[in-house]
Design a protein around this ligand. Structure first.
Ligand code: PMP
Length: 388
């Protein structure tokens, strides 16, 4: 008999599975369950985008694409980045098409980190950064963002976390789970800390299209920062295309060349059908983004108002599709709250602690769900809170 615990490498055994999935799995067996747990748009991919994928299959486009992605797609991404975010990236050499933003993040870490290198990660934030860094023998340096700073990373917090071993800082904005975003001045203050160092910025901009009332700005837009910034983006959130598994990285040429080597050996190329669909999304999908965003915006206000009405304080999220209400007034920990709410009312929300330090006392509720479900979830919450 093989003892798999002995043959699996240490760094994999030590990594914990994501704390998000547990609630999703528990909810599966429950009658009348409502999930505000998973961070995924509830819309089906717009028809014209699906149609472009289907049409590519009809035409027989079923082969590998170039490693870096279809030339036409990279050109579309290049034009899109200019049009929407005023960023110049050449389709040839500065864009790499990946299997979701997830692969882009992994590639960025793998290209930069030597064992022992430190990566500054603001928290609460998406669950993958720390484990990806640890699996490379890097050291995640977690920096708590705070509600009183609207969950932004401040220059003082960044400065205090920098050491001679700092190789990169992750900028996870618009943020999952807090909904915090960074404005131009916030980024400029961080740039003042980074200028003159060789610390790289891994900017996870997967929610860049989903900001409310304020246009997204990238660290790559800030003077002198373009050269050190790796922009991670993708189609999952903006176009409701999670299952198509398509994302991209934009960065200076030597970085894209390095990441393409890794991608070439590990992945070959992103799915070809998805790439054809993505061209259609970029060329004719601006209206879809607007329509979905408007819908999210209404739900966002509805949920935030609902929490506040029930006596839970809630930061007004400025981006992504999550609310992050404070539940400490209930006297429960985040995990107790989520477990008991799920058992009593069959509604899944995620403990803030799943997203790292700073998450205790909060839960994440995703509003990429129907208004009907959101309304019902609030009614059940009201009932639940009365039992405490
Ligand atoms: N970054 C953030 C902040 C996310 O929330 C997610 C998905 N939940 C991803 C990256 C990965 O997205 P995908 O791989 O589907 O592009």
């Amino acid at each position: 008999m093989i003892d798999y615990d002995k043959i699996l490498c240490d760094r994999i055994r030590k990594v914990q599975p994501s704390g998000i999935r547990k609630y999703f799995d528990l909810l599966q067996g429950m009658e009348g369950g409502i999930s505000l747990g998973i961070g995924e748009p509830d819309f089906v991919t717009p028809w014209h985008i699906r149609d472009a994928g289907i049409y590519s299959l009809e035409k027989g486009f079923t082969k590998y694409s170039p490693n870096a992605g279809l030339t036409d797609l990279r050109q579309s991404i290049s034009r899109y980045m200019k049009r929407r975010f005023d960023l110049e990236y050449a389709g040839a050499g500065q864009v790499l098409v990946t299997v979701g933003g997830s692969e882009g993040l992994d590639l960025a870490f793998r290209c930069l980190l030597e064992p022992g290198d430190e990566v500054i990660i603001p928290t609460p934030s998406f669950v993958c950064y720390g484990p990806l860094v640890s699996m490379l023998h890097g050291k995640p340096v977690l920096v708590e963002t705070k509600a009183e700073n609207e969950f932004r990373l401040t220059a003082e917090e960044l400065k205090a976390a920098v050491t001679p071993r700092t190789r990169a800082v992750v900028l996870p904005f618009p943020n999952n789970p807090t909904g915090g975003i960074m404005g131009k001045e916030d980024l400029e203050a961080l740039a003042d800390v980074l200028r003159g160092t060789d610390i790289m910025v891994i900017s996870d901009e997967i929610y860049a299209e989903l900001t409310y009332g304020q246009h997204h700005i990238s660290m790559a837009n800030i003077p002198d920062m373009y050269e050190r910034t790796i922009v991670i983006n993708g189609f999952s959130k903006a176009y409701s295309m999670t299952g198509w598994r398509l994302g991209y990285v934009c960065a200076p040429k030597p970085l894209i060349a390095a990441m393409t080597k890794l991608h070439q050996y590990a992945i070959m190329c992103a799915p070809t059908t998805s790439q054809y669909a993505a061209i259609e999304a970029l060329e004719h999908g601006d209206g879809d983004i607007e329509a979905m965003k408007e819908e999210y915006d209404g739900r966002r206000r509805f949920l935030v108002d609902g929490f506040r009405r029930l006596g839970l304080s809630c930061f007004e999220p400025k981006g992504a599709f999550y609310t992050f209400p404070c539940i400490s007034s209930t006297g429960l920990t985040s995990e107790e709250f989520c477990d008991r709410f799920l058992q009593a009312e069959h509604v899944a929300v995620i403990p803030g602690t799943a997203f790292g330090p700073g998450g205790e006392g909060y839960v994440r509720a995703c509003y990429a769900a129907s208004m009907k479900d959101l309304g019902e979830a609030l009614e059940r919450l009201e009932r639940f809170l009365k039992t405490l």
